[in-house]
Every structure is written in C-alpha cells, then in structure tokens.
Design a protein around this ligand. Structure first.
Ligand code: ARG
Length: 477
C-alpha cells in the first residue's frame, strides 16, 4: 500500500521500504508518541479544529492503543515506516474519519522532535537515579575502608599512601559531575517543539504555551525552524554519557588490574565473574572488561551523530533519523553498564592485608621522610635530595625506609632522630594528610558526609514530568 496518497502513482519499492523504515527501532517511542498526540489533540481542540467530544474520543482510542501495544496485541508494519505513522494508521483504522483529523497543524518533524525529548527526559532521570545509586554504593564502600591503607599511583608507579576509602571516593566525585551534566542537559532541552509542524508552524491559532504546559515543558521553543532542526540535546546527552562511560572504563581498568593475581587488592564475587572454557583456575573480570569495551560504542555514537548533523541544511532532513539508533544504544549501554557495575562493586571483597602489604615496597613514604627534614628547617629541595640518596641506599641494600637504623639516618643528616620511624609510618603519613579533600580518616569522612547529603537532597526532589504521570493527567483532563 502507498501511504503518501495523491502525489504518488507507484508503490514504494520493497527495497526502499526496508531502507528507510525506522519502526524496528523507533517503536521504543510508542508511549511518548501517544502522550504527545494526546496533547496535540487537546491543542487542536483548544483551537477549535476538533470538538471536545472528538478530542476525548481520540484520547480514549489512543489510550486503548497504548494498552494493546503493552499487551503485545499490536504488530507494527514497515509499510507505515515509523512509529508515528503506525500509530496514526491504527488510530484511523479504529475511529475512522476522526483519526485523519489528528495530524492537522502537525508534521512528523515536530512530532519526532517532541517524542525524542519526552523520551530523553525520562531516560535522563533513570540514568541520574542510577548515578545516585552508584554514589551511594561507593560511599558505603568508602565508609567501610577508612583504615584500609594502600599505595596510590602516578604513571602506575607507587606514589604515596592513601586509603581505599580515599581512592574509591575519587570516583564518586566524577559520577557527581556526570549527574550534574545530565541535569544541565535536561534543563537545556526542556522546551516544547510541538506546533512547529514541518518548520514554519501553521496558520491555525494553536496555543503553543498550552500544549507546552500540558507536557510540562518550561515553555515552547522560540523558533519553529530550530524546533525541528535541533538535535543538540541528543548530542549533548550522548556526550555526557560518553563521559560516564569514560569514567566507568577507567574504574573498570583498575578493577581488572586490582583483581589480578599479582595485585590481589580485591576479589570479585562469583556472581560477577566468569570462568574459562579451558583453564580451570580462571576467574575473569568479564563485567568490568565489557564495560570498558562498551565505552567504544558510546564514543562511536557521539562521533556518528556529530558527523550526521554537521552538513545538514535547515530544517529537517531524513539524515536526522540516524540519531535514533545511536541515542537508544547509548542510553541502553549506559543503563546496563551502570547497573552491572553497581552489582559488581556491591559484592566485591577488598583485601585489607594485601593492600597494607603493598604499602611496604615502593618507598611510598619518601615524601614524608623529606617533609620530616623540612619540619626541622631544611629547604624542601635539599631534603628531597637527601631522601633521594637514602632511597638509593635502600634499593642497593634491599631494605625499606623503616628498616634503616638511626645511625645510618644520622649519617645523611644529623637532624634525624628516633621519632623518624613514627613520622614515616603509613598510618602517620595518611593521618597527617588531613587537609580538605585529603586521605585522612576525618577528611574522607567529611567528603562521605557531604556526598550523602547531596544524595539525600537529590532523592527527595520529585520528578513530576515522567511520561506516566503526564499520561494520567491528560486522560483525566
Ligand atoms: N522517522 C522520522 C525520523 O525519525 C520521522 C520524521 C520524518 N519526517 C519527514 N519529513 N520525513 O526522523
């Protein structure tokens, strides 16, 4: 069947139908499309294009279609190309002539822009909630590991003593910024494109403020051309999601490294590990590896949508349909990655003794040894040099800084005294780093407290603009 009746004489080729249909993937938008159509029906009813009674009839029929879709009773068809035309077709089949009136003063261009924004709003909230859960998980781990001493690294070479709590809390700061980035993306997209129609709006007296407020947007978009051409929000969200994946990927890398036999800092639970088909001893960190690997998909989607958009003239072009798979895949990848990662973190064991043992080599208290001399009046650069020679000596003798006797210390500087051993103990090194943001117990406790406060405040915010609550509201009004 030819959908675009009138202008066309011949049937579309099956090749063309297959090529341009998006129903296989954009059916994810069915609920958003239905809610958007209900608001549009109310908008054209408000403008006197259809009667109140007709509007109610359309809304009821759309609501039944929604139920039927959710009960698996509807099969979409590529003949109707996308979710918008599939639903309009089913509506017209069910309520006849009236169904054909719904598309007055509307184009698929403003329809798809609206649907994707409604979808994006819900998904941003879902992912933000996952990020809050992630922060909570990390905070719980941090709270239990405030005295789990471990080495930190730069260049993957042992650096200075920290605690596991301090280390893991670095990630909660990253996820907090990711959260705020998504919140910002939400605010920037929260303008309603409905009424822009193909690109120049319409001659009907549609009150765009009315439909915008029905759908709980901040206000209508200000320019009808921009309304249907803009995909910035998709790019921005995928960009924020790419950063989430980059953070998850770095974290994954460390989980993989730290759970390896030579590190042994952590052990993943059986639930979130896999075995090898040939090597019986293996316990592989597949979850972390997959998350690290999947970051590539999201970065790829970002490049894909940027490239798709960069040469398209205003306003709508079919190129823009290519935004969907990239967007859906990014959202679904991030949701799955965060969910699995949280489960993996919640069930992993952190090996306190191995971490402490790992502080014993690598001279991670060298800076503190230098600081000891600085406290006694030696300029830092001179102290640095003296300690460098001591470390050289320790390497030659195959001993740690703690093993060196006081006489030897004194031969490097007579400012050394017996209190040096306490000053360079791992506990002291951490305890003395009590500045804001540092690894000491008090500092990390402070940051845990701040983050808990953030999580709590964010959790109590109510997100009224989810599609289900709007749907119920529109059905009642
Ligand atoms: N499926 C299309 C998309 O996702 C909907 C908009 C179609 N508009 C058009 N003028 N062909 O972009």
């Amino acid at each position: 069947m030819q959908y675009f009746s009138g202008r066309f004489k011949d049937k579309a080729s099956d090749l063309m139908l297959d090529f341009h249909s998006s129903i296989m993937f954009d059916q994810r938008l069915y609920k958003y499309d239905i809610v958007g159509s209900m608001a549009h029906a109310m908008g054209i009813s408000n403008a006197g294009i259809i009667s109140d009674k007709e509007c109610t009839e359309i809304k009821n029929a759309l609501s039944e279609i929604l139920n039927d879709i959710e009960n698996g009773e509807i099969e979409f068809s590529i003949t109707y190309e996308d979710i918008h035309m599939n639903i309009e077709h089913i509506l017209t089949q069910r309520i006849g002539e009236l169904g054909k009136k719904l598309h007055t003063a509307r184009s698929r261009n403003d329809q798809v822009a609206l649907d994707i924004k409604l979808y994006a709003r819900d998904k941003i909230v879902d992912i933000k909630n996952l990020l809050l859960q992630m922060m909570k998980t990390i905070n719980t781990i941090a709270d239990g590991t405030l005295d789990y001493y471990m080495p930190s690294f730069t260049h993957l070479q042992k650096a200075q003593p920290i605690t596991f709590a301090h280390y893991v809390s670095a990630y909660s700061q990253m996820f907090k910024r990711d959260y705020l980035r998504l919140e910002n993306a939400y605010d920037l997209l929260n303008y309603c494109p409905l009424g822009a129609a193909a690109l120049a709006g319409s001659t009907y007296k549609i009150d765009r403020y009315y439909t915008s407020s029905l759908l709980e947007f901040d206000s209508p978009t200000e320019n009808t051309i921009d309304s249907v051409s803009d995909r910035d929000h998709i790019i921005e969200i995928i960009s924020a999601l790419s950063i989430v994946m980059m953070h998850l990927s770095r974290f994954s890398e460390e989980i993989i490294l730290f759970s390896s036999t030579d590190f042994g800092y952590i052990e993943l639970s059986d639930e979130f590990s896999t075995g090898s088909s040939i090597m019986p001893q293996k316990k592989n960190p597949d979850a972390a590896e997959l998350v690290r690997g999947k970051s590539g998909r999201v970065f790829g989607s970002l490049m894909s949508i940027l490239t798709t958009m960069k040469g398209t003239p205003l306003a709508y072009n079919k190129d823009m349909q290519e935004d969907k798979e990239a967007f859906f895949d990014s959202i679904e990848t991030v949701e799955a990655s965060l969910t699995v990662f949280i489960g993996m973190l919640e069930t992993m064991q952190i090996k306190k003794d191995t971490l402490l043992k790992s502080c014993g080599n690598g001279f991670i208290n060298s800076t503190d040894l230098a600081d000891y001399l600085v406290a006694k009046g030696i300029p830092f650069r001179d102290a640095y040099k003296i300690v460098g020679s001591i470390v050289y000596y320790a390497i030659e003798e195959n001993v740690t800084l703690e093993d060196i006797d006081i006489e030897t210390y004194k031969s490097y500087s007579n400012l050394f005294d017996k209190d040096i051993y306490k000053a360079i103990s791992i506990e002291t090194c951490v305890k003395n780093r009590s500045l804001f943001g540092g690894p000491s117990k008090e500092s990390v406790e402070g940051s845990i407290k701040n983050l808990n406060h953030f999580i709590k405040t964010e959790n109590t915010k109510t997100y009224k603009s989810d599609v289900n609550s709007i749907l119920n509201k529109l059905l009642k009004s």
